[in-house]
Design a protein around this ligand. Structure first.
Ligand SMILES: [Zn+2]
Length: 158
C-alpha cells in the first residue's frame, strides 16, 4: 500500500531471488512449497517464493518434471520439489542461452508472442499437439486469467 505517490511504501513486499542467482536459497524454497496449500504452478508464479518464472517457464518446468500444474504444493515430496527446481533452472538457463530473458513475461511482451524461444517449447502453446515425450495430446486449460499447458499422460493429477 502506498500512502501517496512520493511516499515510501508502508508495506515492503519481499521479492525472492531468481533461481539462477547463486544466493538463491533452496532450503527456503522447499520450505515455502511445503507450507503452501495452493497449486504448485501458482507457487512458481509467486515472486515472494521465486522470481523470474512466468507462465511459459512454469509450464515448461512442470512438464519436464512430470508434475501436474494443479498439484497441491504441500503434497509434493522433497524429491519432486528438488526435481522441479532443477528443471526450472534448466529451462531458465536454456532460455538465456537462446537469447531470451530470465523474465519470460517481458520477453513475450516485447515480441507479442513466445518468439524464437518457441521452437524449443515442449508444452507451452502446444495445446492439441502431441507431447514430445509420450505422444499424448497436450491439454490447454484456463488458469488465473491465463492458460496452463500440460500432458495429462505424463503429468498425472494426484
Ligand atoms: Zn506426455
Amino acid at each position: 500500500m502506498l500512502d501517496g505517490p512520493s511516499r515510501i511504501p508502508t508495506q515492503v513486499v519481499h521479492i525472492a531471488r531468481d533461481p539462477l542467482d547463486p544466493l538463491f536459497d533452496d532450503t527456503e524454497f522447499r520450505r515455502a512449497v511445503r507450507t503452501r496449500g495452493s497449486a504448485i504452478k501458482r507457487v512458481l508464479l509467486d515472486q515472494q517464493v521465486i522470481s523470474g518464472v512466468g507462465n511459459i517457464y512454469a509450464d515448461e518446468s512442470l512438464w519436464a518434471s512430470r508434475i501436474h500444474p494443479e498439484t497441491r504444493a504441500g503434497s509434493l515430496s522433497t524429491q519432486a520439489v528438488n526435481r522441479l527446481l532443477a528443471e526450472v533452472r534448466t529451462v531458465l538457463a536454456k532460455a538465456l542461452a537462446e537469447g531470451g530473458t530470465s523474465f519470460d513475461a517481458q520477453y513475450v511482451n516485447v515480441n507479442g508472442q513466445a518468439g524464437y524461444f518457441a521452437h524449443s517449447l515442449n508444452a507451452y502453446g502446444r495445446g492439441g499437439q502431441p507431447c514430445p515425450r509420450c505422444g499424448g495430446l497436450i491439454r490447454r486449460e484456463a488458469f488465473m486469467n491465463r492458460s496452463s499447458h500440460y500432458c495429462p499422460r505424463c503429468q498425472r493429477r494426484r
